[in-house]
Structure formats: structure tokens, C-alpha cells
Design a protein around this ligand. Sequence first.
Ligand SMILES: [Zn+2]
Length: 336
Amino acid sequence: MPFQDIIGHETPITWLRNAIQSNHLAHAYLLIGEEAIGKRMTAIQFIQAMNCDTHADSPTPDACGTCRSCQQIMAHIHPDILFIQPEEGQGQHPQIKIERVREIEHHVIYRPLLGMKKICMIDNADRLTIGAANALLKTLEEPPDHCLFLLVTSRPSALLTTLKSRCLTVRFAPPSQEQAIDYLMQERGFSKADARFISFLTNARLGEALNLDLEDTKAKQHEFFSLLFENSASISGSFEAAETLSKSGQIPEALLWIWTGLRDILLVATQAPTEFLFHEDHLPKLRELAQRTSPQKILGLLDTLHQLEQGLQRNLNSQLRFEQFFLHLREAIPPS
Ligand SMILES: [Zn+2]
């Protein structure tokens, strides 16, 4: 897959492309940016572009994606390239241990077999243990000429500063909402409203957006809408909703949905264009809710939501917190 298939990221891609074209490659690059926005995909395509078999007859440094070399890289079986990532099955915070760095040391001793460089890509490099990071630092301090390192992370602050200082940092920002919406319409055949919904929900993080199931997500949207605005019609319904949400095991997600709902009511109440709405397909319901409240009351409710979030972070009784929130919700948007 060529670079131009990656959305957004023009600056980092141009940089990496020029480095290949002018043969001014650094020994180590650190790719940083939010989770799931295309760092890994760009890294893989950078590696493919350096090794593509069709390169000789191509005027651009893009990879074909289909030659033997490109396929081997995609399947992580190219002999010159070592892919390292935290080991699965280690619970919530898997690490990259020193044994893996020993593998790297071994990998880089010998010259490449097929391509120009021996490459080592370390995904989630922030998961290196201190011992592993220090061992890697030694290799990065005096890297053999035929080596190239790619470290990828969404948490650069968790990396050793000395390690970072050995790398050229390539920053990735999420694509704009417009770019993400166009891409989702094209790639997944979404309607504009659906593409906007998914793009807003994932904050234009395409890695996440491409994996979300539209029907499932819409089912959740309906579920939260009725929990929030149907259940709150009665006191007992409010308590039930509070219990459901506090026991859902998906509190951050629940808070995000609540926020999007309140945000939309505020937008409708202030006559904002409907294209800014998250839940455009619930417009009649949003209008009806907006009529029963005022922007001021919704702003107050957003404050309450913020307090709810803080309380939950401090592990205060979550059910009680949600109950309080729902009581405020009933006051701010009285049942019809
Ligand atoms: Zn190729």
C-alpha cells in the first residue's frame, strides 16, 4: 500500500519519503502521537518503501504493497526486519523485557540479507522495562551503519529521555474531521451522517474508526439515549439507569455518551447548524428535549457531569454519584 493511502499525516510522510529519496536516513526514528491514528501503518509503509522490489522502476519512493518483499513485511516474516512488541498474555500492562533487546542486538550484528538495512521496529516502545530500555540505549549509542530503528509510542513521556535523545522524533496528529469523514465515506461506504458520527466518536482516530462496527455502535447509542432520556422520566427509572450505568463496567464510555447527548441538546437549544450534531439521526428527540430546558440549565448539567467524572475517578460510590446526576438531569430537563 503506498503512502498516499494514509490519511492526514502529510508532514511526517513527506519527511520520511524525502529521507528515502535523498538517502538521508537517520539511524533511529521515534514515531509519536495518539493511539490508533496511523503511526504503525506509516511505519510499515516506510519499511516497505525502503525494501520494495519494484523500486528500481518507480520514480517515487512508495511501496507497491504486492511484491514478495512488501508481503513479507506485512506478514512480519522479512528476514531483515525484526518486529518487537509487548508480549501478549501479561495482563493489562504487558512489557518488553530485556530478552527481546538481546534479540535485537543479535539481529543487527549481521548485514542485511535482501535489503539495504537491517530494521528493527519496536511497537509500544514505552513498554520497555528499565533494564530493556538501558540495554537498547547501548545499541542506539553506537548503531552499526546498516541499521535502522523505528520506535512507536503513544506515551512518549514514559520513555527514557536518553533513549528519546538518540532518535529523530516524528510527530503524528489526528487527521482533520473532514479528512476522516471523507475517508470513512470512501473506505466503508458510510453515508455522510454515519461517517460524521463515527469520526466524531473516535475523535478522527482512523485506526479505531475503521474497526468500529456501525450497527453495534448505533445500538449502543440508542441504549444510552433511552437510559438517559426515557428512564429519567420517572424517579424509579432514574435509579434503575444509575444502577445500570454504575455496574456497566463501561463508565468512561457511558460518560462520553452522556457528554455527547448534553452537548447536542445545547447545540440544538442554541440553534447551531445540525451538521455539528453528534446524534443527527436523533434530531426530533433532541429538539423535544431542548424545548423542555434552557442553554443555562444544560451548562449547569455539564458542570454536574464534570463533578461526576471527578468523583468517579476518586472511586467514590459510583451508583450514588450517578443517582445524583440523574436527579439533576430531571431538574434541568423536566419530564414532559
Ligand atoms: Zn513492493
